[in-house]
Design a protein around this ligand. Sequence first.
Ligand SMILES: [Zn+2]
Length: 224
Amino acid sequence: MNYALPRTSTRTRTSVSPVMAVLLVWGFVASSASAAEPNADVVTFPLQVAIALEGGKPVCTAAWFAQQVSDANELYARSRVRFRVTKTREISEKFAALHTRADRDALAKLTEANVIDVFVVAALEDVDEPGRYRKGVAWTSRPEAARFLILSAVAPATVLAHELGHFFGNGHSAVPDNLMSYTRTGGRVFFDDSQVAKVNAFADQFLASGRLAEARSSLEARER
Ligand SMILES: [Zn+2]
């Protein structure tokens, strides 16, 4: 609110026809309503990223991960949920190649409270089908039942978004190009309405239970 600004009535020399004026007003109302509604209570969750070292170098760049986050935020734009990287660190070479359940479970001790932990590794072998390599997984460790995401550094664009879909309660879909499907035709990847509703419901539940906190120092969060 600009309380300090004097209210001035300005007359414009440009003539606007009544029809044009109505369209302009309608356009303004329509665009402000559609822009405001979905963002009314947007929640930004913190991603805490741990990148494994391999041969002394991180298995992915910060830019590569930032692109995964940006793709995810684009896909989640229909939901109230957004993601932001709040911390990035490098972790030991011993986590670069994960083959067994125990390898994945060992990451649990590196997780922190109230964030979504994402580990990026060079190789992520399927624990049920040895020899098959995965692009990503939403994993629940034993015995702690810590839930976190693991991405392979060779993951294509929407893998982080897909694993976040699992984190936010969604199973797989059989519909091609659905974010939660394994099938891509090259068409636009999307979330359907029930999946968006599930993401929103899980977000509320994560906040209510204290499992996740909102990302701090978030401009969006402060502007709510
Ligand atoms: Zn999946």
